[in-house]
Design a protein around this ligand. Sequence first.
Ligand code: DWN
Ligand code: SAH
Length: 404
Amino acid sequence: MGQCRICRADFAPFIDFGKMPLANGFLTAEQFAAEYFYDLRVGFCEHCGMVQLIEQPDPTQMFHQNYAFFSKTSTKMATHFQEFAEDVKSHHLISTDPFVVEIGSNDGIMLQHFAKIGIKHLGVEPSANVAQMAINQGVRTICNFFDENLACQIVEENGQADAILAANVMCHIPSMHSVVKGIKKLLKNDGILIFEDPYLNDVIEKTSYDQIYDEHVFLFSVSSLTYLFNIYDMEIIDVNPQETHGGSMRYTVANRGVCNISKRVYDHLKKEAKLRRSETYENFREHCERSKRELIKALLQIREDGKRIVGYGATSKSTTVINYCGITPELVESISDTTPIKQGKYTPGAHIPVRPYEEFLANYPDYALLFAWNHAEEIAAKEEKFREAGGKWVVYIPTVRVMA
Ligand code: DWN
Ligand code: SAH
C-alpha cells in the first residue's frame, strides 16, 4: 500500500516491476557490489486520479554532480525548446522588464534563448555538472532543488516572475505541494506557469512502461493535475499535446479567474474518463507482461541465429526495460551512447557495457535495439547507412517488432 502524495488517500500498486537500480546509475565494475536497488511499483489513486510510484529513492541520490542526462544530446529537442522559448516570448512576456524562471533547466537548452537576448532569467537545477554547463554558456543558474523555501529566496533576491517554465521535471518532484506553494509565491498574480511532462494517456495507449522509473515519481493527466492546482486556487487554462518523449502534454496554468479556460482543457478532461477507471491499469499491466515476453523471445531468436545485437541509446527508460525483461550482456552485447559520462561504464542492474557511438559506426551489429525510441525520427535519418548495410532495428513501443 502507498499513501497518495497529493490527496493522502491510501492506494494499492497495480504493477510491480521488481527490484530496480537507479535509472541513471551508470557505474564502474568496482561499484557493482554496492549498487543500490529499490522496489519499482506503481499505483493509481482512485480518489484524486494521480498515478505514482509507491517508493522513490531520495532525490539527492538521483540528482547530483554526476547526473548522466544532458538535454542537448538531441538536436530535435534543441529545436523543440527553441520553439517553446519563442512561444513564451511572443505570447506571455508582456511586461517591460520580464523575469523568467525555469525549474530543472539542465544544461540551459531552453533558457539560453532568453539569456542571449538579455531577458532577465534564472534556472533552478540541482545537478551541479549540468548546471555548470548552463552557467558556462551565460545562463544564470542556481544549483538547488526547487521547493517553497527556495521560491521565497528567489523572490527576495530577484522579485516575482512573469513566467515559470518547466519541462520533464515537475513529474520528478515528490513534494508537489511544496512545489506548487513555491510557484504560487514566485509567480506574479497575473503570471503564467507552463510545463510539460510525459502524458499518462500516451503511456497507457503505447504501453510505454519504460517511462516509469525512479525519476518519474508521477505520470500526470489533466484530471489529476486539475485536482492538485484546485487546492491552491490555480487552474489549467490550456493543454497542448506534444510529440516529444513519446507523447507529452504541455500545461498552461494561472491563478484562478485571471485567464479564460480553453475548450481543449474540457475536451481532455472528457477524454480522460478511462484514466479514472482501475481496469485501465489492470489492462496496462497485462500489456506490459506481453511486451516483456515478446521482446525476450525476439532477442533470444536473434541470438540463436548467431547474430549480434547492440542497444541504441543508454536511456533512463532502458533501465526499466532491461531489468524488468531480464536483458543480459549475453543478449545485448553493449549499448551505444553519445554521452561521454556514460561511455566506458556499465548500465544499472544488468551491467551491459556502454560504448561510444563511434564504435557502433565502426562495427555495425546485425540488429540495433532502439532504447531511444522517442528520438526515432532523428535517429532513423542519422542511421540511413546502417540500414543500407543490412542492419535491422528491434523496437518495442508500441509493440515488439523487427524493422529492416
Ligand atoms: O525525463 C527525463 C528526460 C527528459 O530525459 C529525465 N528523467 C532523464 C532523461 O530520460 P532519458 O535518458 O530516457 O532521455 P532520452 O532523451 O531518451 O535519452 C537519450 C539517450 O540516448 C541519451 O543518453 C543520448 C543518447 N542518444 C544517442 O546516443 N544518440 C540520443 C540520440 C538522439 C542519439 O542520436
Ligand atoms: N528540462 C530538461 C531536463 C529534464 S531532466 C529537459 O527537458 O531536457 C530532469 C532535470 O530536473 C534534471 O536536470 C534534474 O537535475 C532536475 N531536477 C530534479 N529535481 C529537481 C527539483 N526539485 N528542482 C529543480 N530541478 C530538478
